[in-house]
Design a protein around this ligand. Structure first.
Ligand code: C2E
Ligand code: MG
Ligand code: MG
Ligand code: MG
Length: 286
């Protein structure tokens, strides 16, 4: 393991690997203080109902502004947090913050909007995970129906029997589960019947080509048809154009998420996004 290797061993890395390893070491070091230093926050991206355009739910996305490194993207620091196991603590922070936010939205225009959070394999494997979810919801007085957990396909293979049990207990709490980035992992269609899932999120890689590639178009069409027949909700990720949104809505995709609808934003901006919409009938401009 590079982290534990002495200087002598690191010397044998290629320059690029060396740089990547050093990058990970630096991030790892900075991550250790980041929760205590209050360097994280959540942004929320609208997941709109395909038919009405209304906010159906929102995905919470972790943002880190490090005092020493500046803004670091999740794709850079999440893998490092997963390697060190710190993701469990970090994921706990995300759960806490999302529930706090849901409680704060109560009584306002975002009341009842479900918050979807990303959960890593390590968190799910932790025996304390379901009790933590239950306790966090209860402490904030938030019903489980307002929480959704996004898992990736890898989680399902790594620890199948345990995950099946965890998902059943989550369902008993009314918490929904979605399969993120569907189609990019080690997809086995049998997962869709083996696990209690509510939603499939079709990966951006397929959505981005549906206007111009017949194959992507057919594939997305087939995923949507399959989801319908299994009673799953469908979310298309990475919707960037009006053309994509129209095609997906016509195919029967329930929800759309992507820059075409809205970029991830701070909670205050999200309020601005919904406020004018509820007045849309009176012709209010955005
Ligand atoms: P994800 O869960 O698949 O989240 C969607 C990512 O796509 C987000 O990137 C979002 O900003 C981006 N995105 C949304 N719409 C569009 C679009 O129209 N075009 C393009 N090009 N991108 C779009 P982000 O925020 O950088 O997060 C990247 C990944 O990091 C997430 O992918 C998720 O796997 C992970 N992540 C983020 N927050 C958390 C967290 O709290 N916990 C864990 N375990 N992972 C997280
Ligand atoms: Mg996600
Ligand atoms: Mg995704
Ligand atoms: Mg992703």
């Amino acid at each position: 393991e590079a982290k534990k290797a002495g200087r002598g061993e690191l010397r044998f890395f290629s320059d690029a690997m060396n740089a990547a390893a050093r990058d990970a070491l630096v991030i790892d070091g900075a991550l250790r203080h980041a929760i205590a230093a209050n360097e994280f926050r959540l942004e929320y991206q609208v997941i709109a109902e395909a038919g009405s355009g209304k906010v159906g739910k929102v995905e919470a996305l972790l943002r880190w502004r490090s005092a020493t490194l500046g803004t670091v993207a999740p794709d850079r620091f999440i893998p490092v947090a997963e390697d060190s196991g710190l993701i469990v603590e970090l994921g706990g922070w995300v759960l806490e913050e999302a529930c706090r936010q849901a409680a704060q939205w109560r009584g306002g225009p975002l009341a009842g909007v479900r918050i979807s959070i990303n959960v890593s394999a390590w968190q799910l494997a932790d025996p304390g995970f379901v009790p933590l979810v239950e306790a966090t919801l209860a402490r904030h007085g938030v019903p489980g129906a307002l929480l959704e957990l996004e898992l990736t396909e890898r989680v399902l293979i790594d620890d199948g029997p345990n995950v099946r049990n965890v998902l059943e207990r989550l369902r008993a709490l009314d918490v929904s589960v979605s399969l993120d980035d569907f189609g990019t992992g080690y997809s086995s269609l049998s997962y869709l019947t083996q696990f209690q899932l509510n939603t499939l999120k079709i990966d951006r890689a397929f959505v981005m080509d549906i206007e111009h590639s017949t194959r992507s178009n057919s594939l997305v069409h087939a995923i949507i048809a399959m989801g319908h027949s299994l009673g799953l909700q469908l979310v298309a990720e990475g919707v960037e154009t009006d053309g994509q949104a129209r095609i997906l809505a016509r195919m029967g995709c329930h929800y759309l998420q992507g820059f075409h609808i809205a970029r991830p934003a701070a909670p205050e901006q999200l309020l601005l996004f919904v406020a004018p919409r509820s007045d849309a009938a009176s012709g209010a401009a955005a």
